[in-house]
Design a protein around this ligand. Structure first.
Ligand code: PNS
Length: 163
């Protein structure tokens, strides 16, 4: 039995930065479970099914990656799936406080340990929120997300822009 990592996130939508972190985690662990948070408290642009479909498309060639959704606490999902390691990307020091707090809380609550991967430099400025903002105003996101995600963004936001 190998050791699998959990890559959790909201992924609204997944960016090439996320895909890079997941692929790199997949090369370090025997498997990667990508957990898409279904967060009833927030209203994401894309449904959890749509976000899962985007990641399945992006990771179709990553044989040891599995994409699924979860709700509730990350530690409970990790326990249910027998996962003890979380992998997250760090873009810049501005991510650090929040990520450290979550990592310490998850370790204290559920014995889940978090490993941080530094984002590739070409992705350090990339975020789902910025991608949505750029797409909303008609900017080109084709270097920031997969073609599939770019098309879904255009479907969702393009009509409103043209109206
Ligand atoms: O991509 P994000 O939005 O930075 O991911 C955040 C995520 C999904 C990893 C985090 O919000 C999470 O784990 N949520 C599940 C609820 C939970 O366990 N909260 C307590 C964290 S200490």
């Amino acid at each position: 039995m190998g050791l699998s990592a959990l890559c959790p996130g909201t992924f609204d939508p997944a960016t090439l930065g996320h895909v890079d972190i997941i692929e790199r985690a997949g090369r370090c662990f025997d498997g990667v479970v990508v957990g898409v948070l279904e967060n009833p408290g927030k209203t994401p642009l894309f449904s959890v099914e749509e976000r899962v479909a985007m990641l399945k498309d992006a990771l179709a060639d990553v044989a040891n990656a599995e994409v699924t959704s979860f709700s509730g606490l990350l530690v409970d999902f990790a326990k249910a799936r027998d996962l003890r390691v979380v992998v997250k990307g760090l873009r810049a020091v501005t991510d650090f406080d929040y990520e450290m707090q979550m990592a310490q809380m998850n370790s204290a609550m559920g014995g889940v340990e978090t490993f941080f991967v530094t984002t590739s430099p070409q992705h350090s400025f990339l975020s789902s929120s910025l991608v949505k903002e750029i797409a909303r105003f008609g900017g080109d996101v084709s270097k920031l997300v997969t073609p599939y995600v770019r098309d879904r963004l255009e479907e969702r936001l393009g009509a409103a822009r043209r109206a």
